[in-house]
Design a protein around this ligand. Structure first.
Ligand SMILES: Cc1cc2nc3c(=O)[nH]c(=O)nc-3n(C[C@H](O)[C@H](O)[C@H](O)COP(=O)(O)OP(=O)(O)OC[C@H]3O[C@@H](n4cnc5c(N)ncnc54)[C@H](O)[C@@H]3O)c2cc1C
Length: 389
């Protein structure tokens, strides 16, 4: 049964139980070939169903073309690499484990966050053979999934919607390329550089990403990008970069159990499955994709299933984001002090520990951050606030 191990454990494709109700001749159509859609497709096709994925673009991975991203290894106890291996089977994906992070605070002071187990794995996105989306596509093809590229799917035509974010309340601008910089994971937390967000520099075997994420200040994303580049030029030797090469949205809202209980099922970022604190969404995209597929197979409602698995996490994530925004530089300093004193992966896990205080803060956040009238996310939106000037 799905969910036996409680909310802190992850979704594993091997624990699916195929309910009496599953019709093996059923044809399932999925919109979107990102991590969420591909995870659903693989799980359903391996169970013997006929699966078709419709993708807007000419390849898997959306607008990502080799960019490095962090597959988080918290708050779940189960290791992300093992979880990914069980989904991919023998198909390889390059993972660079991260056990050390250079974190810069508002005063420019740098602390090191270290962990005995990786706090995350850097990987490449996009269609490349060892990139996440390329590896998922190969696993899907091996399982018999059919792809229709350059096809715009509408929700009413499909069983599972995995089309990514739709209405940005945060924006990330980044540059991706090859440099001679040493491997490393760097982040800067300073509202004068990236308001409401953070700047980052990720390097693995010369693949380099430098970027800025801002929340509630979308019109300032480009300035934030240039400030981040110049910050890391001084601190880590980042070369001169004229323009970002990618702009993407951080579309964060709480999934709605009512919406996700009826077909089509919304998974990944399209369903609100992303971390509210930093916008990390790959792992929840994979997990929600697998969980939705397991629900199709077992006949269980997707709404109650994700509530059981992820409900607490969304409450703590929202409380974390509220503390991050209202606490500002004070909160960033607290986070860095904690990171320098404790195991960094454990800091990530502790941040998501549920409790009465986090539940109360989540309720306050939802009251204070009411969705705007033209919000497209429905009643559970906590994110559609007017951009600050
Ligand atoms: C710059 C940037 C950096 C990020 N860094 C990280 C990170 O380090 N770690 C992390 O965990 N997360 C990160 N994220 C978030 C992460 O990229 C997303 O959470 C994740 O990609 C969500 O996966 P998904 O499958 O739900 O959607 P997506 O990956 O967005 O895939 C959706 C797919 O659906 C397709 N599509 C859209 N509309 C249609 C349609 N109508 N019909 C058919 N197909 C359609 C798209 O072309 C795309 O291929 C980052 C996001 C950005 C923008």
């Amino acid at each position: 049964m799905v969910g036996r191990d409680g909310p802190s454990d992850s979704v594993c494709p091997s624990i699916v139980s195929y309910g009496e109700s599953v019709d093996k001749h059923r044809h399932v159509v999925i919109a979107g070939a990102g991590p969420a859609g591909l995870a659903s497709a693989i799980t359903l096709a391996r169970a013997g169903l006929s699966v078709e994925v419709r993708e807007l673009r000419g390849e898997v991975g959306g607008h990502f073309r080799g960019n490095l991203q962090l597959l988080t290894n918290y708050p779940d106890v189960r290791d992300a690499r093992i979880e990914l291996c069980s989904l991919l089977g023998s198909v390889p994906v390059s993972l660079w484990p991260q056990r050390s992070a250079q974190l810069f605070g508002p005063s420019g002071k740098c602390v090191s966050g270290r962990s005995s187990e990786p706090f995350g794995y850097l990987l490449q996105r996009g269609p490349g053979p060892t990139a996440l989306d390329g590896a998922l596509k190969r696993a899907a093809e091996e399982a018999g999934v059919q792809f229709r590229f350059r096809t715009r799917a509408r929700p009413e035509e499909v069983d599972i919607v995995a089309t990514g974010g739709a209405a940005a309340q945060g924006v990330a601008r980044e540059w991706f390329g090859r440099t001679g910089l040493p491997d490393g994971f760097h982040a800067v937390f300073d509202n004068r550089i990236c308001p409401g967000g953070f700047g980052y520099l990720l390097v693995a075997e010369g693949y380099t990403v430098v970027g800025a994420a801002v929340v509630g200040h979308q019109d300032r994303a480009l300035e934030a990008f240039h400030r981040t580049v110049s910050f890391f030029r001084g601190r880590a030797g980042v070369p001169r970069i004229e323009h970002p090469t990618l702009s993407g949205s951080l579309d964060l809202f709480l999934p709605d159990p009512l919406l996700t209980s009826t077909f089509p099922l919304y998974v990944g970022e399209a369903g609100g499955f992303a971390d509210h604190l930093f916008g990390f969404g790959i792992r929840l995209a994979l997990q929600s994709g697998v969980l939705a597929a397991q629900c199709v197979l077992s006949g269980r409602g997707f709404g109650p299933a994700w509530e059981e698995h992820f409900g607490q996490r969304f409450k703590t994530g929202l409380a974390n984001r509220f503390l991050y925004e209202t606490g500002g530089h004070l909160a960033y300093r607290w986070f860095l002090a904690k990171a320098s004193r404790s195991d960094f992966r454990e800091v990530g896990q502790t941040l998501y520990k549920p409790g009465a205080a986090k539940r109360a803060l989540a309720t306050i956040a939802r009251t204070v951050w009411k969705g705007q009238p033209d919000c497209v996310h429905g009643s559970r939106c906590v994110w559609c606030r007017m951009p600050k000037g």
